[in-house]
Design a protein around this ligand. Structure first.
Ligand code: NAD
Length: 373
């Protein structure tokens, strides 16, 4: 792509709370480097979300910020939350800002890669040979299932006591749209998809399995499809994680399995994620990119947070929103090389290595990008 015909990408940057502004600054350095080399043009709008938005506007997400998110080509979000806002009413809490954003943008597919950087394999709680080189992608359905199903609630029983209800519910359309995202991803990777549910005990799981099977036959016969019960999948992720390429599953199982898989990688400061919605009439797909980690209030403001998950979120944005795989590969390679050179923040430092701060880590990635380009 030459500098003259590089399209301008409208980005909404939401730094959020805690370490958010620190790691977002690292991501912005990488974006500036891409711009300086003519590899991208960004029109970035900064706005508030979470506790920062509550402090300024009395709500964790203003309608204006939501409208900006819906108009943007992609949203980059760092993290939200902190002790300071823990006592607020439920609807004012920082998390509500993020949940509303995901809901209103109709981000139904959550992509969570679990990648073990070779240089960090010894940091995993699993044996090094089980996880070294691990590269799996979990696609979690994000807007349906038991977290949203009706009826729900806590009800008094006539004879005393109460009854708590949540409903696991999925429709053909909900299963197929997330299934398509997963099949397409598998095609771009190792061409293998494992669909996960509990069809042995749940009707919604039977439907899930039937719809994914039918979708595979009709539209993705070239992708190798397998099925697994969620409890077995949890065991297999710790037993032999490298057997997986792409996993697709529902909201509840995806919540658990993606956290489980993330722990294989050693540090939460390394993991990016993407949440994707449907494409509009112009083919523009709603998308939000964010690290998996939270706002780390215990280290906020100290300049020691690891910015790599945020920087890798920029790589995912380049790949999935802008179809610029070359730039994504470059960022990911720069991160790999920096780690291989023993450059570390405090969360991933090993004996004999010196920990550097957030800015210095981002600068190291930018310097490596300069060498690679
Ligand atoms: P957390 O991810 O913020 O922190 C867990 C531990 O990991 C902490 O010790 C923290 O210092 C460390 N850590 C996290 N990210 C790091 C980084 N980039 N570099 C170095 N160390 C890092 O989870 P928590 O402590 O359970 O939650 C803290 C706050 O974050 C809460 O308010 C929670 O609601 C919120 N939270 C937000 C998100 C999000 O924004 N998506 C996700 C999880 C938690």
């Amino acid at each position: 792509m030459s500098a003259t015909n590089t399209p301008v990408r409208n980005i909404l940057a939401l730094a959020g709370d805690g370490i958010g502004p620190e790691v977002m600054a690292g991501a912005r350095k990488v974006m500036s480097w891409l711009e300086s080399k003519g590899r991208a043009k960004f029109n970035v709008t900064d706005s508030l979300v979470g506790g920062a938005s509550y402090d300024a506007h009395g709500t964790p997400l203003t309608d204006e910020t939501l409208a900006q998110a819906q108009k943007a080509d992609a949203v980059l979000l760092a993290c939200i939350g902190g002790y300071k806002w823990d006592q607020l009413d439920y609807d004012k809490r920082p998390e509500r800002g993020l949940l509303r954003l995901r809901k209103e943008m109709q981000l139904f597919a959550n992509l969570r890669p679990a990648i073990v950087q070779p240089a960090l394999a010894s940091a995993s709680t699993l044996k090094e040979d089980l996880v070294s080189g691990l590269d799996i992608m979990i696609v979690r359905e994000l807007t349906g299932g038991v977290y949203f199903g009706e009826p729900r609630g806590i009800f008094d029983l006539p004879g005393g006591g109460r009854r708590g209800i949540n409903t696991q519910v999925y429709t053909t359309d909900e299963i197929k749209r997330v299934g398509r995202v997963a099949f397409e991803l598998a095609r771009k990777r190792g061409n293998r998809l494992c669909s996960v549910e509990k069809a042995n005990v749940m009707e919604s799981g039977v439907l899930w399995r039937e719809e994914i099977t039918a979708l595979g036959k009709a539209e993705f016969p070239d992708v190798e499809l397998s099925h697994m019960y969620a409890d077995n999948c949890a065991m297999q992720i710790v037993r032999r994680p490298k057997q997986f390429d792409v996993i697709v599953t529902d909201n509840l199982f995806g919540d658990l399995l993606s956290d489980l898989a993330s722990m294989l990688t050693g540090s939460i400061g390394m993991l990016p994620s993407a949440s994707l919605g449907a494409a509009d009439a112009n083919g523009r797909q709603a998308a939000l990119y964010e690290p998996v980690h939270g706002s780390a209030p215990d280290i906020a403001g100290q300049g020691i947070a690891n910015p790599l998950a945020m920087i890798l979120s920029v790589a995912m944005m380049m790949r999935y929103s802008f179809n610029q795989g070359a730039e994504a590969d470059l960022i990911e390679k720069a991160v790999r090389n920096v780690l291989a050179a023993g450059i570390r923040t405090g969360d991933i430092v090993e004996p004999g290595q010196k920990a550097i701060g957030t800015d210095a880590m981002a600068d190291a990635v930018v310097a490596e990008l300069g060498k690679l380009a």
